[in-house]
Design a protein around this ligand. Structure first.
Ligand code: 3PG
Length: 209
């Protein structure tokens, strides 16, 4: 199931992590990011508007891949599928979350932050994982260390990624893409500064060499 996600993440390079407070912001924000070259979008399920935002983007922007983030349990999984998400991301995992995902038609990028968590996910068949919270959990040195014994696992580091360190993360052999919120910072969204968001997205889309 994760195989469907691999080309999408590889092509993405940078995945914007979005917190959408008003559904009216969803389309202009997604359009601004897609115009800048970022078309894989993670909408976190942290706001009341999140699921409606996913529906809007899925319906109106067929060129975008919209997924849900902050997926914590079976309810979030069902709501993600119903809203039209094409993938899901979780900050960590529980057995019940993994059970809820079994048999679901859209892939999960599950979160891990240390070798034991990585191994547990690998046992359940997950070769692609979110490394979260990337900077706080040891950053680039940690990923390099994990890449020794667990080289078959590829990561999407997220949490503390910025234009300053993204390129270094992307150059690691066990990194498939990075996630981050910097190109859609809350102040830019609140100001409806879509032009600046497009500019930052363009810059981000060039980070993967
Ligand atoms: C999150 O969960 O908010 C993401 O990991 C984004 O983290 P960032 O704001 O540090 O990019």
């Amino acid at each position: 199931m994760q195989q469907n996600l691999v080309p999408v993440l590889e092509q993405a390079g940078v995945v914007p992590v979005l917190v959408i407070d008003n559904v009216s912001e969803a389309l202009p924000l997604a359009e601004a990011l897609v115009e800048g070259g970022l078309n894989v979008l993670e909408v976190t399920l942290r706001t009341e508007a999140a699921l409606a935002a996913v529906e809007e983007i899925a319906k109106h922007l067929p060129d975008a891949h919209v997924g849900t983030g902050t997926v914590l349990n079976g309810d979030d999984v069902r709501r993600s599928v119903d809203a039209g998400a094409t993938f899901m991301v979780s900050p960590g995992v529980t057995e019940s979350l993994l059970d809820a995902v079994d048999g679901v038609t859209i892939p999960l990028l599950p979160g891990a932050s240390n070798p034991s968590e990585v191994m547990r996910l690998l046992e359940r068949g997950y070769r692609y994982q979110k490394f979260f919270p990337a900077e706080a959990a040891g950053g680039i040195p940690m990923l390099k260390s994990i890449g020794g014994p667990l080289a078959q696992v590829k990561f999407c580091p997220t949490g503390g990624i910025s234009p300053k360190n993204a390129r270094d993360y992307l150059s690691l052999s066990n990194v498939i893409c990075v996630g981050g919120s910097w190109m859609a910072a809350p102040n830019l969204v609140a100001e409806k500064n879509w032009a600046e968001i497009t500019r930052l997205a363009k810059e981000a889309s060039l980070l993967k060499g």
